[in-house]
Write a protein that binds this ligand. Structure first.
Ligand SMILES: *C/C=C(C)/C=C/C=C(C)/C=C/C1=C(C)CCCC1(C)C
Length: 219
């Protein structure tokens, strides 16, 4: 918890400061990267307070964090594309609606409004839809045609984060269920590790592309 907390705090400061030095088009992406780690940091502080008073670290805070950060992470694909070219706003709406379906279904299942299995199915449907969009949908096609090397590398790396990095969460969850429940400490460690990759490292990938494009402009 300490490592992810400090990591998120440092990343937030870093992305916010760096957003002033990158080329105009990339400012939004780098700022949003900082907002994502900032939101995660604040949730970790809430969890810390609960832990300090009750000795518990409720995973519900993680889910609330994801409700906000997952749509923002998905929108980064739209934002980095718009950093270098004009992009149809349809892509923005597709990514937003896809992740909202995902998190709302997941949350409803988790909170007991619908059957947990149905929640799981909705999660998976939303996720597969996002993957489709960034691999073979409109966004994926734009990248295939792009000649901006830094953008293509970042997009392809971020796509792997969403495919493999995001899979850590349901795997930890399913593994917990199948083995009769992983204790919440272990699950928290798994989720913190996954957040480190999917939020901080994901943001760094964007920052690398942003600085490459910025120095490219200056040269
Ligand atoms: C920064 C936080 C991120 C990227 C969180 C991602 C979370 C998931 C992809 C969670 C997925 C889950 C399912 C697909 C099934 C139900 C259990 C969850 C919530 C762990």
């Amino acid at each position: 918890f300490l490592i992810i907390s400090m990591g998120c705090l440092a990343a937030t400061a870093f992305f916010f400061l760096e957003s002033n030095t990158v080329a105009q088009g990339w400012k939004t992406s780098v700022t949003v990267a900082g907002i994502i780690t900032g939101i995660a940091f604040i949730h970790l502080m809430y969890m810390r307070n609960v832990w300090a008073t009750t000795g518990d670290s409720p995973i519900i805070y993680k889910y609330i964090d994801w409700l906000i950060t997952m749509p923002l992470l998905a929108l980064q694909f739209y934002l980095i594309l718009s950093a270098v070219r004009k992009v149809s706003s349809i892509i923005f709406w597709k990514l937003l609606i896809g992740t909202l379906v995902m998190v709302c279904g997941g949350y409803a299942g988790e909170a007991g409004y619908i059957l947990p299995f149905l929640g799981f199915v909705i999660w998976m449907t939303g996720w597969i839809y996002i993957l489709y969009e960034i691999f073979s949908g409109e966004a994926g096609k734009l990248v295939t045609r792009s000649t901006n090397k830094a953008l293509v590398t970042a997009f392809e790396t971020m796509r792997m984060f969403v495919t493999i990095g995001w899979a850590i969460y349901p795997l930890g969850y399913v593994f917990g269920y199948l083995t009769g429940g992983v204790d919440s400490n272990t699950l928290n460690v798994i989720y913190n590790f996954a957040d480190f990759i999917n939020k901080i490292a994901f943001g760094l990938v964007i920052w690398i592309a942003a600085t490459a494009n910025t120095s490219g402009l200056r040269r």
